[in-house]
Design a protein around this ligand. Sequence first.
Ligand SMILES: Nc1ncnc2c1ncn2[C@@H]1O[C@H](COP(=O)(O)OP(=O)(O)OP(=O)(O)O)[C@@H](O)[C@H]1O
Ligand SMILES: [Mg+2]
Length: 376
Amino acid sequence: MRSFFSSDASRAQRIANAKRRVADDAAYAGLDYLTSAVLILNTDARIEYANAAAETLLEVSRKGLLGERFASFFSNGEVIDELFSEALLQRFGNKRLDMTLDRVQGGESLQLHGIVTVLIDHPETPVVLEFHEIDQQIRVDREERILEQTQANRELIRNLAHEIKNPLGGIRGAAQLLELEIDSSEYREYTQVIIKEADRLQTLVDRLLAPHRRPHIVSDVNIHEVFERVRSVLMAEYPHGLVIERDYDASLPEFRGDKEQLIQAVLNIVRNAAEALAPQIRGGLAQIVLRTRIARQVTIAKTLYRLALELHVIDNGPGIPQDLQERIFFPLVSGRDGGSGLGLTLAQTFVQQHQGVIEFDSRPGRTDFKVLLPLP
Ligand SMILES: Nc1ncnc2c1ncn2[C@@H]1O[C@H](COP(=O)(O)OP(=O)(O)OP(=O)(O)O)[C@@H](O)[C@H]1O
Ligand SMILES: [Mg+2]
């Protein structure tokens, strides 16, 4: 029996055939304007046509898609094979379903709503697939919520920090004077507690006020220099057991931004990853990937940008605890001993000062922090 997936034609031949057929049909052109990914498969379940949204979804160029088996782009591609077999047997005319596909490229899980349509009148290209990401809307909503929350928080924090800062100097000074007056070392212990705690609060307040204190200094920034600086700091802090891989898109343009702020933002994110990876670092299996990409048609805070830088910090640590996920950008929210819970608040503020946003996607074994920075 002939298998659905076997093909005698060489790969080059298959691509040439696919290109010819698609080029013949100008009717496909408009599909590139859709946000849904559209793929047309031939009788071998290989891709005959993919629109621009499909390229984005799979993170593979059209050239890399044509002639390939669609299922081969997912580690759980058997879901697709099964659907395809059913479609070929014409068990349905069209079918809608939600599915999770694990992308081989990048290892991401995609939550998709799919529509499979059988084209009875097109025996050479019998199956059309349409997909859109289910969590796209959820992500947009969450992003908006994060932005609104941080903007509201920022004013409050700033005022509160000022209110704390002023009396703090007085408390510390008074404790110091008191210390000079007392002879007993027992009481001196108490004044030392006051002084130390006042210093700790002072550091906290200084960090809270940091984004508002220094003017935004704008210059030409190469994002890879930012990543490289952070990488060298981390390599010095964790010389053993941590691998920091680079996956850079060398074609990214320079842009105008505050380099020091961006270094601080990325450093806070990468340092969190390294801290979460402590057990893996001891076992020598800790990995952080620094990835840069260009993103098109990005909406941030209700503004549409044609181009944006998309930075990823991906670690293979335990993931962010579920109950913390909604709150990690809030000030003073920390999930680790000794954490002050300011790292991400500051990172988000710095990135927002560049009209960007930080979001994340986390599950055990893979946490991906994404920084979007719009380009003019
Ligand atoms: N990559 C990650 N993996 C797992 N948990 C993370 C990761 N990044 C952040 N977190 C969680 O989010 C919390 C908040 O991070 P944040 O940087 O704001 O504060 P912190 O690291 O606790 O303190 P600090 O102010 O010193 O940075 C962390 O305590 C940690 O529980
Ligand atoms: Mg931190």
